[in-house]
Design a protein around this ligand. Sequence first.
Ligand code: TYM
Length: 333
Amino acid sequence: KLRIVSGVQPTGYLHIGNYLGALHQWVLHQEQYENLFFVVDLHAITVPQDPKGLADATLSAAALFLACGIDPSKSTIFIQSHVKAHVELCWLLNCVTPVNWLEKMIQFKEKARKQGENVSVGLFDYPVLMASDVLLYQADLVPVGEDQQQHLELVRSISKRFNSLYGKKKKVLKEPKPLIQGNTSRIMALDDGTCKMSKSSSNDMSRINLLDPPHVIKRKIQRCKTDSFMGIVSDPVGRPECTNLLNIYAAFTNQSLTKVEAECREMSWGQFKGVLTDAVTTFLDPIQKKYYQLREDEDFLKQVLKNGSEYASSIAQVTMQQVKDCMGFIRTM
Ligand code: TYM
């Protein structure tokens, strides 16, 4: 079986963009592949985090993996910092990654601009830690949203470079491919159809969180940005907000864009917002119920995470040994 690896940052609570761009793909392919999914808490601290908030967001993300349908008997679920090899491999890869590759990263440039003088070395190094996450497990495929495409190209470049330096006889690290799915790979913000929906936006009205109660979802959809054209029709350039909402509607009702366009073409904005609200709340209801069950008694969740990190560590150790051997590190006596 091919191996799938992917992660989510606990920098806030997960939203429908994370679900449609990533988690939904994870669940769909669960049977077909061998899967490792993790909450990347070490990535989260590349920007300031409140410790209590980080702890809760980490467990919340892990519980949402399960609530969204990741089955621990088919997939390995764990917390990144519980497998120490992520950090160890990151250091080794730091030493083969040119600084100018990292300087080109769009997400770094954007986040650095917002942070002003307080940009940490960790924020700059973020993509190398991400490369470690993936290469440590010799992943074949990495299902992510479109915003991670550049990071994954870098992961491939780092892998190639490592192999060309140290793997002349036999490739040491795999070169994983991104798995990015069509219409839902970039869900846009509710307040601006040209910006990505994001956990870090200061405006909570810009996103629908997976844990928002129905009345909040209703209010967010009622107040979201619309346009003054007639009919509900997709037009990515001229009507980005309308296109985005149609995509969300199609995804949550499990229909094609053409089908929902035929259904909604004649609707007013008011009518469309009504059916969209129903579709989203109906879809999220069982996920939220499962989530609160898991958080009420966390023993099960913690056991899943413990098993997950033990299994992941056992795979990681094999890669670490190969990497260290070929670089010339002496084994422990
Ligand atoms: P993060 O936490 O920002 O997002 C988690 C996943 O959700 C996707 N995503 C979106 N998809 C569609 N529309 C959106 N508006 C949207 N916003 C986010 C992301 O593409 C991602 O797949 N660097 C990663 C986390 C990471 C990782 C990894 C991923 C760390 N190590 C190794 C894969 C493999 C990130 O910040 O994702």
